[in-house]
Design a protein around this ligand. Sequence first.
Ligand code: ZN
Ligand code: ZN
Length: 341
Amino acid sequence: MRVAELAATETVEIRERDRPEPGPSEVLVRVDACGVCTTDLHAYRGALDVEHPRVLGHESAGEIVAIGAEVDRLENGDRVAINPSVPCYECRRCRHGRENLCPDLTSIGGAAPTTVDGAFAEYVAAPSTNVEPIDDLPATVAAFAEPLGCCVHAVDRLGVAAGDAVAVIGAGPIGLLLVQTLRVHGVGPIVVSEPVDDRRELALDLGADVAIDPTRDEPSAAIAESVGRVNAAIEAVGRRRTIQQAHELTCRGGTTLVFGVPPHDATIELSPFDLFYDERRLEGTYSLTPESFSRAVALLCHHRIDVDRLVTDEYRLEELDRAFDRLADGDGLKAMVYPQR
Ligand SMILES: [Zn+2]
Ligand SMILES: [Zn+2]
């Protein structure tokens, strides 16, 4: 089978490898689509520690072509989305339903304490517990199950209710999935802060009520003026300044959620008195749980989330480095790789 291998920092090579044999409790999936994520870009550029050679790609869907001896829930020919996060299911965190925080987490092609080869390949093996049937949902749509699962988990972390006001800082692919996830929760108003015109427009089309341009208007003043202070603000950029901005937007009792990946050594200034007196919360959200993945697949299968408009670039396996270059330049929204083409 062909794989796109990260041979060294900023070097992707197409290699011929043996097809993996599924283990007793695994399935082998023919990868029909795999999304490109900023995490892949970080690994490509060497900003994330990865062993070389490594096959990246953790947002995939396809068809089961072989099953292990102990798998009885699935059959050859079943179409599935793959959850790349494999927890141990035995540790305290796992037993408490917080599998994303498992210290022994393994990621199939993504970022975790342990990483195995992912889905920028013609075939990938996964534990049977990590795949979710998708019936006839197009693979391009099902490949959003992982990033959408992260958004479902994030909104769970917020604990917001219908009619609460929420701000989303950054309307890249994740910000636009968050807007739609908030929308299906009945959250409103939803306010977006995003400097790129097209992304602001798309955010409004996909369910945001207000979209402000932070390069023209100071976000906390502009948002306060349009909807007042919000119950929660989600930072989906990963910069100190925007995290601080998000915190300034929340009301007393409000929550700021860090979703974007900040640099490891970044620090922010914060008034502990505000946390105390205003009962304001500062939270993080990392990856997804088996439950949020399964709910994301349900949302996609029932057409509650529009992902078609997020796919701006389509590539063959051989063009993966081009996808990274374009992502690095901030062009386009979601790039999709089709290993069978
Ligand atoms: Zn990702
Ligand atoms: Zn565990």
